[in-house]
Write a protein that binds this ligand. Sequence first.
Ligand code: ADP
Length: 206
Amino acid sequence: MVYIITGGPASGKGTRSDILANALQIPHISTGDLLRGIAQTDKNIQEKLTRGELISDEIITKILEERLNKEDCEKGFVLDGYPRTLKQIDYLNQILEKLNKKIDRVIELVVPDELVYKRILERKKCIRCGRMYGIDFPSKIKNVCDKCGGKLEVRTDDTKETVKKRIDTYRENSKEILEYYRKKGLLKTVDASGHSERIIQEATEA
Ligand code: ADP
């Protein structure tokens, strides 16, 4: 089972991928999360993330391939944030061939720009367990994680300037990627301005 979740910044990729991965009992692999982990000890990557720039195809592919080779991915995975360039489509095809896996579906989440800004500037993440909170799903106690009691913080790349850059980058790169998967009959586009459960239901029913 291989599901790819794609969409611009704050389209809800993370939250929706989690729900889908839980339902299918397979891991949720987010290249953004993998990179944020590495950024804690790698200044170069940290700077790129803070500026909202893409990491090079070769570096991110190497990181992803290592992760997908782990045992928990044997049954499949929900991939969030990759591929983001045409070259990454090629790399992913090569990796999947080696793993003897096929893509079941590519789900594109679409949200209007105004909502993206609103969601991003109000969202926070638990620094301990990584759970996200936002306007649609606030924490019960302000700045405290419901799940683990950790502290909630704003992501360093969630600023107005970086968001614009990330939206532009997504628009520029996503067209050809979506077209590629549309032609293969794998693409399902869903309106992600509503609640997660309905979106995932729609996506998995399709
Ligand atoms: P968003 O989609 O909200 O920008 P992500 O968590 O998916 O958030 O990604 C955060 C950042 O990580 C991106 O802005 C980019 O710098 C980097 N990144 C994530 N995935 C990739 C990828 N496949 N290729 C290159 N850079 C990536």
